[in-house]
Design a protein around this ligand. Structure first.
Ligand SMILES: C[S@@+](CC[C@H](N)C(=O)[O-])C[C@H]1O[C@@H](n2cnc3c(N)ncnc32)[C@H](O)[C@@H]1O
Length: 245
């Protein structure tokens, strides 16, 4: 049962995703389960540089989550608790790390994949200090109102979107002015190993296309209304933080 506060964030007139053809593709099956196991197991995730090259903040997801926890705040003077959007949330990888980092606000866990959301639900049950709402949604057309969240985080999400520009535009629409965005994503042109993984991912039906190159990504962020971009490291998989203007 979604919490009442999620209803207050909804964009008027937005409809739930219930079309039978709505699917997160490969992530609905075995690949999704394997991905979750790898990303959520520190020892396995720390092997990522062997496959990708420089993966920036990915090995230290606890440090990344601590930045997100520290930087997600309700507006100055507000009596409300902060709302963080985690999209696509997958199996809830960030939830225990946010809780351990001391985040005590609300988290909207949004994803298109039902199997992924089910794992996120179970992860949320193991983080009782967080107020978690699950939201089945296409990240390129979010059912959330303008400026409805205080911050957004996207771990390995942008590169699975068929339309990364639409995804970032949606994040720019729903994050309130002054709110922050944290992004970890594959980029094209970040090195031979990363580009080989991208080719393999496209052939295997996991990636819908080539992710943007870093300069294109920075331009898309600017167009989506984000400024004050802080690099978090990484060439093949890169991390960025930015502030909504
Ligand atoms: C690589 S996983 C990352 C998940 C999570 N951030 C993590 O790292 O654990 C990509 C996720 O994107 C979801 N996804 C794919 N297309 C989507 C879309 N159009 N809208 C929302 N989620 C989508 C998949 O279901 C999957 O959970």
């Amino acid at each position: 049962v979604p919490p009442a506060w999620l209803d207050e964030l909804r964009r008027p007139g937005s409809a739930p995703v219930d079309a039978p053809e709505a699917s997160a593709g490969r992530f609905e099956g075995v690949y999704g389960a394997v991905y979750d196991r790898v990303i959520q197991t520190d020892a396995l995730r720390r092997l990522a540089p062997l496959a990708y090259g420089d993966v920036g903040p990915l090995p230290d997801l606890d440090g990344f989550a601590a930045d997100v926890a520290e930087g997600t705040r309700a507006p100055d003077g507000a009596l409300t608790v902060p709302v963080l959007l985690d999209v696509p949330c997958g199996g809830g990888t960030l939830l225990p790390r946010l809780a351990r980092a001391g985040y005590r606000g609300r988290v909207v866990e949004a994803d298109l994949g039902l199997a992924m959301l089910d794992r996120a639900r179970r992860m949320g049950e193991r983080a009782p200090d967080l107020d978690v709402a699950l939201l089945r949604a296409d990240a390129q057309d979010l059912p959330l109102a303008d400026a409805s969240v205080d911050g957004a985080v996207s771990l390995n999400g942008l590169h699975v979107m068929p339309d990364p520009a639409a995804f970032l535009a949606e994040l720019g629409r729903v994050v309130r002015p002054g709110g922050r965005l944290w992004l970890i994503t594959l980029v094209t042109g970040g090195g031979l190993r990363g580009d080989l993984v991208i080719t393999a991912g496209r052939l295997g039906g996991i990636l819908p296309g080539a992710p943007p190159r870093r300069p294109e990504l920075l331009e898309l962020l600017r167009e989506a209304g984000f400024g004050r971009v802080t690099p978090l490291g990484g060439d093949a998989i890169t991390g960025l933080a930015a502030v909504r203007s």
